[in-house]
Design a protein around this ligand. Sequence first.
Ligand SMILES: *[C@@H]1O[C@H](CO)[C@@H](O)[C@H](O)[C@H]1NC(C)=O
Ligand SMILES: *[C@@H]1O[C@H](CO)[C@@H](O)[C@H](O)[C@H]1NC(C)=O
Ligand SMILES: *[C@@H]1O[C@H](CO)[C@@H](O)[C@H](O)[C@H]1NC(C)=O
Length: 388
Amino acid sequence: MMAQQGAMLAAVVLLVLLPLALSCPCPPIPASKVCGSDHHTYDSQCLLLCAAVSGLSVIHHGPCTPVETALGRLFNATQLAAGPAHPPDGQSSWEEWWTYDGISGPGFWGLINPQWGLCSKGRRQSPVDIQADKLLFDPRLRPLHIDKHKISGTLANTGQSLVLRVDQDSKHHVNISGGPLAYRYQLQEGYIHYGTHDGHGSEHTVQGQTFPGEIQLYGFNAELYHNMSEAQHKAQGIVAISLMLQIGETPTPELRLITSVFNKVHHRGQATPIRQLSVRALLPETDHYMTYEGSTTHPGCWETTVWIIINKPIYITRQELYALRKLMQGSPETPKAPLGNNARPLQPLHHRTVRTNIDFFKAQGKNCPTMYRDMHYKANSWAENEIL
Ligand SMILES: *[C@@H]1O[C@H](CO)[C@@H](O)[C@H](O)[C@H]1NC(C)=O
Ligand SMILES: *[C@@H]1O[C@H](CO)[C@@H](O)[C@H](O)[C@H]1NC(C)=O
Ligand SMILES: *[C@@H]1O[C@H](CO)[C@@H](O)[C@H](O)[C@H]1NC(C)=O
């Protein structure tokens, strides 16, 4: 019964997708919905291969239905990942060929490129859920220091994220030191992760709660290494500072410098200069943070990253978020899907400890509750309507 139904479904899908399949620059293999080896359904093998060949997005339907399972696992993720011999048009290397869904999505990063093996095998991966009751108060954690002078850089739509690249040629680099860091790090880039709906966006979560967005500032260990590409493979190579984005009525002035040029980076490959940005001024006013040892949240998931999650969100207005959500993954000719929803799924902690410089015990006791009230992640919950 089931198998018969499945065969009928396959025949129908085959007819509907045939013209599409033929126009694809990929082998004329049977087009039908397939249940992948990750137990998720994708639209036609041909489209999957097209994704690899021409960068079209793969239609992902979520977990396979019993009918689709009965149709069999028609594709092998490892084989597909080994895929075509040449990178997709307009992309110079496989380094750029990864996405947040489909067969080049987070579940496959470790298969796409042998150098990214940690993405699937690593046990010190990011992002993670921060659970207040498991935090370890460490009185030796110092305040974080970030130079406050202004930088220039470039904001670029890479097709995967919105990335701020800080000019590295200037004499005055932005130093990041203190906090849990044993070395001086040099700020190099910032990533913006966000969702197309308020309910998701951030990569890290707090008590299971997701924020509409997360800005991540990456720096490399400038005392030991020359640049990010060298440092990312090496011990104590990278620091990543995470700022959660929450929706608010009052814009964050420094964030405006970035949000006001979203219209210049609508499509993949577009970039625009950013000037006179003080990254320090972007940070919320708190010394409190959580820290743990993890990885970059993009390939190759290098486990050389000290994460510092600032214990207070910064605010983005609805209008700014609206402009952000209009950005697209593709070029003007093939805009593809919106750029948002670029969050890697949560990774298990695997016995790692998340430390904090927040002394919850003291805060409960004599510190005035009104001063801190509603402005920090709480030990027990986060509720949106508690924002001042
Ligand atoms: C998938 O393909 C790879 C490489 O060709 C092979 O080693 C592996 O056994 C295949 N897996 C399955 C489940 O067929
Ligand atoms: C960053 O640190 C380096 C090395 O100590 C120093 O030369 C530079 O002036 C610092 N940058 C700023 C803005 O203080
Ligand atoms: C990074 O530094 C290494 C070592 O000095 C050098 O070989 C490499 O070319 C540099 N990479 C970039 C992108 O500047």
